[in-house]
Design a protein around this ligand. Structure first.
Ligand SMILES: NC(=O)c1ccc[n+]([C@@H]2O[C@H](COP(=O)([O-])OP(=O)(O)OC[C@H]3O[C@@H](n4cnc5c(N)ncnc54)[C@H](OP(=O)(O)O)[C@@H]3O)[C@@H](O)[C@H]2O)c1
Length: 393
């Protein structure tokens, strides 16, 4: 890292800033009149890891809508979506939802800041924000069409934000939101596995040792489900620690053969996709409301390849035919997607503070090592999360 980067990182921890400002921008409360700059990791084009660039002169974020807050980022974490977005994944779809002012000002989505998870301090609130005030310690996952959290500050809608669990440090808290909200969306919204309906349900998680898997196990165990985890043998101890009831090592013997020796399941969360999809669908209890949900979908890929109209058409046909085919066999087939939600994080925060859920962190890296965190994730075999400590603990 060069001296410019080092100086900016040092300033990030020490420099006092005046950011609160009331001005009129489209008739709403805004901080844009006194624009200043902040350090962030940005990309100016899509590509490999070398497109990640540390820039200490990124424009300070602005509150555009009265329900938004500016958060000072203390810690962030890296997810597969960051690596994929760096390479251009989802660009066509995400650009449709991006801030039109940013695209109008810069002529494109660049400079683009990646990073979805944040734990930090509220610095400024829009006029309609009632639930938060400057100084609150919060956590959130920011949707992928917004500027991300590998930066000193980030803007979020207040309904995406929640008060950070008191029992967690910022680094610990930043490891949880994106993966747990994805698990929540898949299990609760797609499979209907609420806290009340979980007891006694048999749930299979394929790809249980990564970010989403470790969050899903804990959520399901906190709600009383029976969890079978599919992972590599060297993740067995972690799976046991998180409460998995049954563990399958997919590396030693065919997964299909091992699943045949188990009772059928009420729900399956598939974090891997590909060949696991067909064999998993044979392991559900038919005609009982059992649901298979996969997080690996061609939705954004189709739009990237075919354009929005043809991509949506292809996606619709693919999904509808799979849903219909499995519905005839008495199985619900679903695609799961991350959904930002402050209220869900409120519930998850209660589980954390009650000791029913904990962060699963593999590595904590300094802000200067964002590119290394991408390399690490791309190498695979994650065991929980890689966290970026943006401000010293
Ligand atoms: N649709 C959405 O909105 C959404 C949201 C979040 C994530 N996702 C997707 O969901 C997937 C999981 O995300 P993540 O954050 O949990 O990823 P991750 O942290 O990289 O974890 C993936 C885990 O899967 C394990 N694994 C790899 N191949 C496996 C196999 N054949 N069977 C069982 N386990 C296997 C890996 O360990 P080993 O290789 O050592 O076994 C690793 O622990 C990713 O593809 C991600 O893009 C989608």
């Amino acid at each position: 890292m060069n001296t410019v980067c080092r100086r900016a990182l040092l300033q990030l921890c020490t420099r006092p800033r005046i950011i609160a400002h009331v001005g009129k921008d489209r008739g709403i409360h805004s901080s844009c009149r006194r624009r200043t700059v902040m350090p962030a990791w940005v990309i100016d084009k899509y590509g490999g890891n070398d497109v990640l660039r540390f820039n200490e002169n990124v424009l300070f974020p602005i509150i555009h809508y009265p329900n938004e807050v500016i958060i000072k980022v203390h810690a962030a974490s890296v997810n597969p979506i960051d690596v994929n977005m760096r390479s251009g994944y989802g660009a066509k779809s995400l650009n449709m939802s991006r801030d039109p002012l940013h695209i109008k000002t810069t002529g494109s989505e660049f400079p683009l800041i990646l990073g979805r998870d944040v734990s930090g301090t509220v610095m400024e609130c829009g006029l309609n924000v009632k639930y938060f005030k400057p100084g609150d310690q919060v956590w959130a996952a920011i949707p992928p069409w917004k500027q991300g959290t590998f930066a000193e500050f980030v803007v979020a809608s207040a309904n995406e934000v929640s008060l950070k669990p008191e029992s967690l440090s910022h680094a610990e808290a930043a490891s949880i939101p994106y993966v747990v909200l994805t698990a929540w969306a898949a299990l609760v919204n797609s499979c209907g596995l609420t806290k009340e309906k979980c007891p006694g349900k048999r749930v299979l998680i394929i790809g249980s040792s990564g970010g989403v898997g470790t969050a899903a196990i804990q959520l399901l165990k906190a709600w009383g489900a029976h969890v079978t985890a599919v992972c590599s043998g060297n993740a067995f101890t972690l799976m046991k620690d998180l409460g998995a009831d049954d563990i399958i090592d997919y590396t030693v013997e065919s997964l299909q053969d091992q699943l045949k020796t188990r009772d059928l399941f009420d729900a399956i969360l598939d974090n891997i996709g590909g060949s696991s999809e067909e064999l998993a669908l044979q392991c559900l209890k038919p005609w009982s409301g059992a649901t298979y949900v996969t997080l690996v979908t061609p939705f954004l890929y189709n739009n990237d390849q075919l354009g929005i109209a043809d991509g949506m058409m292809r996606t619709g046909v693919t999904l509808a035919s799979k849903v219909a085919k499995h519905y005839c066999k008495g199985i619900h087939y679903r695609w799961g997607f991350f959904a930002a939600s402050g209220p869900s994080l409120d519930e998850i925060g209660k589980l954390v503070d009650a000791g029913k859920m904990r962060p699963v962190i593999e590595t904590v890296l300094p802000f200067s090592d964002v590119p290394q965190s991408f390399q690490k994730l791309e190498a695979g075999h994650a065991r929980g999360k890689t966290v970026i400590q943006v401000v010293g603990p």
